[in-house]
Write a protein that binds this ligand. Structure first.
Ligand code: AMO
Length: 434
């Protein structure tokens, strides 16, 4: 088969390219065989387009290739773009020759174009076929823009990208959700966050960020927890919780503007009407949230974390992004700084979208004696943190930071209600494959 010079993409198949000749590569999305005339829908990275093949105009070789066609086979065709008012895009490709590069099995175990959506379990079982649905792929194209936009924004503020260990010796976010790994003749753990390392690294780079996978052995099977998630973390020297809340707000706004600019088609496919949120985001304190709950009849003991139902109630009142600040010190990890005016409260915050927690952060303790005290108060042994504590003897500035769950942010941007939709290959208590 002679390959014409130029690759034509599905997105090139429009009226304005009438007469453009070249070759197309991609997957057979749909087949409509009318006998003398065959229509194929071809899918490539840019979308889908219609190919029309007239049997009486094809060579013997192409005809025998056409007989092999099955949905999801990989094909190459030579053809010419023709304006065609009857076609969905106002144009189609008139095919001169066709070759099947890789034939798919028939029938496929999962229908990529089926109107009826499969159950989440079936979808994940055949995830690689599920991801071929343009509206599922779109989620991750948006995700690609999100990660780029985060890097771009943080670098513009002087943050340096770092990579910290995933195999660690001590827990930072509480011992219950730790995964153990056999590490030669010792037991090690998979990191739950880059917390202590990112704090240490502000003494080198002042402002650091990390984007990477972290691990939590989450016992509860929910729509917002997975065992392996991606965290977008920052830590900044000479900053407090308010400074890093501003950065988080700025990042969210930048990300949404970028997604709106770069991913119009994907947002349309997902039927999502995304709006740039107005700054500053609403900020309510933990105590105010408690009062809001009380006003609708939910009486809560001071100091306790919000339950999912309570967060849902708060989310009904606050429809977009908002911060909850000043959590009780005891409800937060040991590294969060208590308020100087009232040690029971902390310089901490969560960024919420309606009922969903997207991020948490705060000012950190930068004094060694206080940090040791807080470690003890949490029932932990300071000697397990020896390496970390020493850093506080070498000159530790005030610092603050946050961790933002990438998959949860993607849930908000794509309006998905199950986190398993916003990660390519989710891991939870019941799923380790594919
Ligand atoms: P935290 O434990 O609140 O804070 O985690 C930060 C954010 O990470 C996301 N996240 C998860 N997403 C999916 N599945 C999970 N199992 C999961 N666990 C956490 C959430 C959450 O808001 N070191 C601190 C951050 C800091 O203070 O800098 C931390 O890890 O979106």
């Amino acid at each position: 088969m002679q390959k014409l010079e130029k690759r034509i993409f599905a997105s090139d198949v429009n009226e304005s390219n009438d007469g453009l000749a070249g070759y197309l590569l991609g997957w057979v999305h749909e087949v409509r065989d009318l006998g003398a005339l065959v229509f194929l829908i071809l899918r490539d990275i840019t979308g889908t387009c219609q190919l029309s093949l007239r049997r009486n105009e094809l060579s013997k070789e192409s005809l025998s290739e056409l007989e092999k066609i099955s949905k999801e086979s990989v094909i190459m065709v030579d053809g010419v773009v023709r304006a065609e008012p009857k076609s969905r895009l106002g144009a189609e490709v008139k095919v001169m020759s066709i070759k099947v590069l890789s034939k798919s099995v028939e029938p496929l175990p999962y229908d990529v174009v089926g109107k009826v959506k499969a159950s989440m379990n079936t979808r994940l079982e055949y995830r690689i076929l599920d991801l071929r649905r343009p509206e599922h792929r779109a989620i991750f194209l948006i995700g690609d823009t999100v990660l780029n936009a985060c890097r771009e924004y943080l670098r513009s503020l002087g943050f340096v990208e770092v990579r910290t260990p995933r195999i660690i010796a001590t827990a930072t976010e509480g011992g219950a959700s730790l995964f153990e790994v056999k590490y030669f003749d010792k037991i090690a753990y998979l990191a739950q966050s880059p917390q202590l390392y990112k704090e240490e690294l502000v003494t080198i780079f002042e402002r650091v960020f990390e984007i990477g996978p972290f691990f939590r052995a989450e016992e509860s099977h929910t729509r917002r927890h997975i065992s392996e998630f991606t965290s977008i973390d920052i830590e900044a020297a000479f900053s407090n919780y308010e400074d890093v809340m501003d950065i988080l707000e700025g990042l969210i706004v930048h990300v949404i503007m970028k997604v709106l600019f770069e991913r119009k088609r994907e947002l349309e496919l997902l039927n999502v009407n995304l709006k740039v949120p107005r700054r500053p985001f609403l900020r309510i304190t933990y105590d105010e949230a408690l009062r809001e709950l009380e006003s609708i009849g939910i009486k809560k003991k001071w100091g306790e974390d919000f339950t999912t139902e309570e967060l849902r109630q708060l989310g009904r009142k606050h429809l977009g992004f908002y911060f909850i600040t000043h959590f009780p010190t005891d409800s937060k990890p040991f590294y969060i700084k208590p308020c100087e005016s009232n040690e029971l409260l902390s310089e901490s915050f969560d960024l919420m979208y309606q009922w969903l927690e997207l991020s948490s952060g705060g000012t950190r303790i930068s004094d060694r004696a206080l940090l040791e005290r807080r470690i003890r108060e949490k029932g932990l042994n300071p000697s397990a943190f020896n390496y970390h504590l020493k850093v506080y003897d070498y000159g530790m500035p005030q610092h603050a930071g946050w961790g933002l769950g990438f998959e949860r942010l993607l849930m908000v941007l794509t309006r998905k209600t199950n986190i398993r939709e916003t990660i390519l290959f989710p891991r939870d208590k019941f799923r380790l494959m594919p």
